[in-house]
Ligand binder design. Structure first.
Ligand SMILES: [Zn+2]
Ligand SMILES: [Zn+2]
Length: 128
């Protein structure tokens, strides 16, 4: 498949038994299905292996939001993450595919992880 944001090619990458994503050979953007994204969030170190693109390239390409789904060829919708409002990614209303710029998955996952730690610390703090 062709990358929707640059002239690169989406190459299939696997991690563990359940995760298969498509990563652009040029810009490092990731394209996957929502159920795979959930698995990626659960899997330890998946971001280091899968989200290996340059976040600077991803940031520049994040401004490019008029893209078409690499699988269906229809316009993708710009979606704001429900927990982290600074993260925007593209979703396909037809196949459910998600496109994340390089570095975006790390951002998504890292903050979720940090939030959990903050939650734990807060929960253990004795009340004054
Ligand atoms: Zn690309
Ligand atoms: Zn699609």
């Amino acid at each position: 498949m062709r990358c929707p944001k640059c002239p690169g090619t989406l190459e299939q990458k696997t991690y563990g038994r359940k995760i298969t994503v498509n990563r652009c050979s040029d810009c490092g953007g990731l394209w996957c299905k929502p159920e795979v994204l959930l698995e990626m969030k659960r899997e330890w170190m998946s971001e280091a292996v899968l989200d290996s693109g340059d976040p600077k390239v991803g940031q520049a390409l994040n401004k490019l939001d008029d893209i078409k789904c690499p699988e269906c060829g229809i316009d993708m919708d710009k979606t704001m993450d429900e927990k982290q409002f600074h993260i925007w990614y593209e979703t396909c209303s037809n196949c459910g595919g998600i496109y994340l710029d390089a570095g975006e998955f790390t951002d998504l996952k890292y903050d979720t992880f940090m939030d959990r730690i903050r939650g734990l610390v807060k929960g253990r703090r004795p009340s004054a």
